[in-house]
Design a protein around this ligand. Structure first.
Ligand SMILES: NC(=O)c1ccc[n+]([C@@H]2O[C@H](COP(=O)([O-])OP(=O)(O)OC[C@H]3O[C@@H](n4cnc5c(N)ncnc54)[C@H](O)[C@@H]3O)[C@@H](O)[C@H]2O)c1
Length: 261
């Protein structure tokens, strides 16, 4: 119950890591969860499941494209109306498209920058507007190990995530006088996530010229701890950073990557 009574906003919560963080936050005692995503049907199913399992937590599913300024502003307004405050933002929504630079279209580049970087900026800005008058709040960005080290045939994703570290460090300074902490979490490869299962195993088989079945072992072999990252590995750190136990930590980017970097 590390987050007892807290109100949290999680972006990209319809599946994958965002869904796992939402379940974990409810288990940790959050009193209110605003979950947003562009996959509305899936989002409602996730919200219903959490609401059913945790009746003490009010779950509010909101359609919100984090690239769209008006939608993000409207989402923050709905959170303020429903809960009257916001304690935690987890900026999790993210996309990836792997391509070598000469094959990366401007559209593919822009899409990843828009979701991963501009989307984080817009949500952090609107969250901070709610948190400043409270004199407290926590922002956690789900970044990536690709935000700390260049990534082969992933220039747009890495650039967007490196940008997220700069944004995290900078707004941590802007918001520290208001008691708001801002940190980034940089996971390794979540090999069982939909991102890998639905797109990356196939994209990376092409990228490395290997059969798809060989990709899992190829990536596991790069991790000193010898396995892929799990949702629990990441959630444990997100909960800690979002909790009052981390009250002296801001402007940091933490790896959860099994020693890979
Ligand atoms: N999967 C991995 O191995 C891995 C590793 C490191 C970091 N990450 C990061 O973790 C985060 C979550 O990734 P995941 O693996 O759960 O991916 P995922 O694709 O399973 O989930 C991402 C969610 O974000 C939503 N989303 C996409 N565009 C959006 C938009 N414009 N507005 C609102 N929601 C949007 C999607 O609908 C989806 O529900 C991302 O920021 C990703 O970069 C993932």
């Amino acid at each position: 119950m590390r987050l007892a009574g807290k109100i949290a906003w999680i972006t990209g919560a319809a599946q994958g890591l965002g869904e796992a963080i939402a379940h974990r936050f409810a288990r940790e005692g959050c009193a209110g969860l605003a979950l947003c995503d562009i996959q509305t049907e899936k989002l409602h199913a996730v919200a219903n499941a959490i609401q059913h399992e945790h009746p003490q937590c009010q779950v509010l599913p909101l359609h919100c494209d984090v690239r769209d300024e008006a939608q993000v502003i409207h989402t923050a307004q709905q959170i303020a109306q429903r809960f009257g405050r916001l304690d935690i933002l987890v900026a999790n929504a993210g996309v990836i498209h792997s391509a070598e630079i000469t094959e990366m279209t401007l559209e593919q580049w822009q899409y990843q920058i828009d979701v991963n970087l501009t989307g984080y900026f817009l949500c952090a800005r609107e969250a901070a507007k709610l948190m400043k008058p409270q004199g407290s709040g926590v922002i956690v960005q789900i970044n990536s190990k690709s935000g700390l080290k260049g990534s082969y045939k992933n220039c747009a994703y890495a650039a967007s995530k490196f940008g997220g570290i700069g944004l995290t460090q900078s707004i941590a300074m802007d918001l520290a006088p208001y008691g708001i902490r801002v940190n980034a979490v940089c996971p390794g490869n979540l090999l069982d996530s939909p991102m890998w299962q639905e797109t990356l195993f196939e994209q990376y088989a092409r990228k490395w010229g290997l059969p798809q079945e060989a990709i899992r072992r190829y990536y596991e072999a790069q991790v000193p701890l010898g396995r892929g990252c799990t949702y629990d590995d990441v959630c444990n750190l997100v909960v800690f950073l979002a909790s009052d136990e981390a009250s002296y930590i801001t402007g940091e980017a933490y790896r959860v990557a099994g020693g890979q970097l």
